[in-house]
Design a protein around this ligand. Structure first.
Ligand code: FYU
Ligand code: NI
Length: 353
């Protein structure tokens, strides 16, 4: 991060800059409290980030740190439950995309032509997740632990309220993108008002260092790009997230306290006729922090927790190239056919489970 005397009024600094991958740290505050020209400047910097690296760090995003702390604490208590309790809440289908996913069940990535089954056997993702969707969808209930005990009831309340906060932030970021793409500020509102989003809690358990040494292709989460409009990623302090640079290397996206890592998904890239980038990323073992030699001497890498809020347009919305991203005047053709957001998501989920 650079520190400069104009930081107070300037909404952008650089969080990551390596191998031609530049990820800015953007202060969202002036989007809400600034002058119209401040608001426009923030919108432009957010849009520019999505068009170049596909990633940004966002601060002053409106979700209080105390809320995030509660979500992480509740998530950790959930994953600490006996395996049989978690298995009783298991994920059933891509259509639902709700419930508990045990270690090894989802295998992200792989190079496209690779046989998923083979890779799943040799190097499954070392993570377990809990997927939470919108409430009240006929036939697709969330798998809440509320019937187990009071802690389970509290988990449900905390996650339901967080789900609503993610909805709001999704709407605000899409408003910024709309302004940054010369569309009316509320262009996207009607496309995303159903809250067909997916809140994913992740737990990467402690791993023996030898596991990574013995199998160089072992990762905590395989290389992939996200599926929807945008993803809001809350990370703990351990690190391990890496983003693919234009040079093809993987660059650490080091955690910055009280920020959210926001990245564009494949459906937004498609919607924007590829003017917005959906960049590949993965999670590996955490880097050893400078000055923490003792941690490096231990036999295991510590656990990592993160929370990914995958934002999605309404399932029934047809997604076709946005105005201004194609046409004779700019000599660009539409690259993709129209598809509903729901159909697109189910296709993607079917490929990884
Ligand atoms: N699950 N959306 C994603 C994803 C997993 O983008 C989702 O619902 C990517 O890992
Ligand atoms: Ni991802």
């Amino acid at each position: 991060m650079t520190s400069n005397p104009t930081q107070e009024i300037h909404p952008v600094s650089t969080a990551v800059d390596k191998d031609d991958l530049k990820i800015p740290l953007i202060d969202f505050g002036p989007f809400f409290t600034g002058t119209p020209s401040d608001k426009h400047a923030v919108a432009l910097s957010i849009t520019e980030a999505f068009k170049t690296s596909g990633f940004l760090y966002l601060k002053s995003h409106g979700i209080p740190p105390s809320v995030v702390t509660r979500v992480f604490a509740s998530s950790a208590r959930f994953f600490a439950r006996p395996q049989n309790q978690k298995d009783g809440l298991s994920w059933t289908s891509p259509q639902s995309n709700r419930g508990y996913v045990a270690i090894g069940r989802e295998k992200l990535t792989t190079v496209d032509e690779t046989d998923g089954e083979t890779l799943r056997a040799s190097a499954p993702d070392i993570k377990e997740t809990m997927e939470i969707g919108r409430e009240g969808v006929e036939g697709l209930p969330n798998r809440w632990p509320d019937y187990l005990d009071d802690e389970g009831k509290e988990f449900k309340e905390i996650m339901q309220s967080f789900f609503e906060m993610g909805k709001t932030l999704h709407q605000q970021i899409m408003q910024a993108i709309a302004l940054g793409m010369n569309l009316p500020e509320h262009f996207f509102d009607e496309f995303i008002d159903a809250t067909d989003n997916n809140l994913r809690l992740l737990h990467y358990p402690p791993v023996k260092k030898e596991v990574f040494q013995k199998n160089p292709s072992q990762v905590r989460a395989g290389e992939h790009s996200d599926y929807g409009s945008i993803t809001l990623l809350f990370q703990d302090r351990h690190g391990g997230l890496q983003v693919r640079s234009p040079k093809g290397t993987f660059v650490d996206a080091t955690p910055i306290a009280d920020t959210i890592v926001v990245n564009a998904g494949d459906l937004l890239a498609r919607w924007s006729n590829d003017t917005i980038k959906s960049t590949r990323h993965r999670v590996i073992q955490p880097p050893v922090p400078v000055g923490e030699k003792s941690e490096d001497d231990s036999e295991t890498y510590p656990a990592r927790y993160s929370v990914a809020y995958f934002c999605q347009p309404n399932d029934d919305k047809l997604i076709g190239a946005l105005p201004g991203t194609f046409g004779e005047d700019i000599q660009v053709e539409k690259k993709y056919s129209e598809i509903t957001a729901g159909e697109y998501l189910v296709q993607r989920l079917t490929a990884t489970y």
